[in-house]
Design a protein around this ligand. Structure first.
Ligand code: 5GP
Ligand code: MG
Ligand code: MG
Length: 180
């Protein structure tokens, strides 16, 4: 396959991701099979947009969606401050909440978002991520539904970017560690 300039290799191919998304959707449906109110699925933009849409298409659980924007990385590979740029519009008090993330790296972003959302008294709050980099963790996060553990590569595709590029790639690729 012809890879875009700046992607050095494919880490997880399209078919492997598709079957993992189906598997996760089944596990999540099973977890919420007795739910009494629609699940509130909250995607963290922009990175989760493709994974979240693929995931909810496969789910049978009654649900609604909302989105939040938190900035963590700028246009560099260095981590930056976490700030909430766009909040959800849904009242989550007494509701079951599922947070959908593209990748959990240090865990700082998710820890902050978990704190903010748990102050609003959801009935339950769980976390689903497509990718996890356990070796980079500095802030403990309890992941309920995990797609893939990966080594410490900087990756793009399936919603994840490098300097806003590569989000549309249907696979997870390793970004070349150099100025592009
Ligand atoms: P954390 O706060 O867990 O360190 O960072 C989480 C966010 O950092 C992710 O949601 C994602 O936006 C960004 N991030 C962390 N690792 C990667 C990576 O390998 N590739 C890309 N594109 N973004 C990453
Ligand atoms: Mg993210
Ligand atoms: Mg990014």
């Amino acid at each position: 396959m012809n890879l875009p300039k700046g992607i050095e290799s494919i880490l997880i191919d399209k078919e492997t991701i598709e079957s993992k998304v189906t598997e996760l959707a089944n596990i999540i449906d099973n977890n919420y099979k007795d739910i009494e109110t629609p699940l509130v699925v909250i995607g963290l933009l922009k990175g989760s947009f493709i994974f979240m849409s693929d995931l909810v298409k496969q789910m049978q659980t009654p649900l609604q969606v909302d989105f939040m924007i938190a900035s963590s990385y700028g246009d560099s590979m260095e981590n930056t401050e976490v700030s909430i740029i766009k909040d959800i519009e849904t009242h989550i008090s007494g509701r079951h909440v599922l947070i959908v993330e593209d990748i959990i790296d240090t865990g700082i972003t998710l820890t902050k978002i978990e704190n903010i959302l748990s102050n609003r008294n959801p009935k339950s709050m769980k976390i689903c991520t497509l990718l996890n980099k356990p070796s980079r963790r500095t802030s403990e996060v309890n992941i309920d539904f995990n797609g893939f553990d990966i080594d410490d590569h900087f990756v793009g595709g399936m919603g994840l970017d490098y300097a806003q590029k590569y989000r549309n790639l249907p696979y997870i690729g390793v970004v070349k560690n150099e100025k592009l």
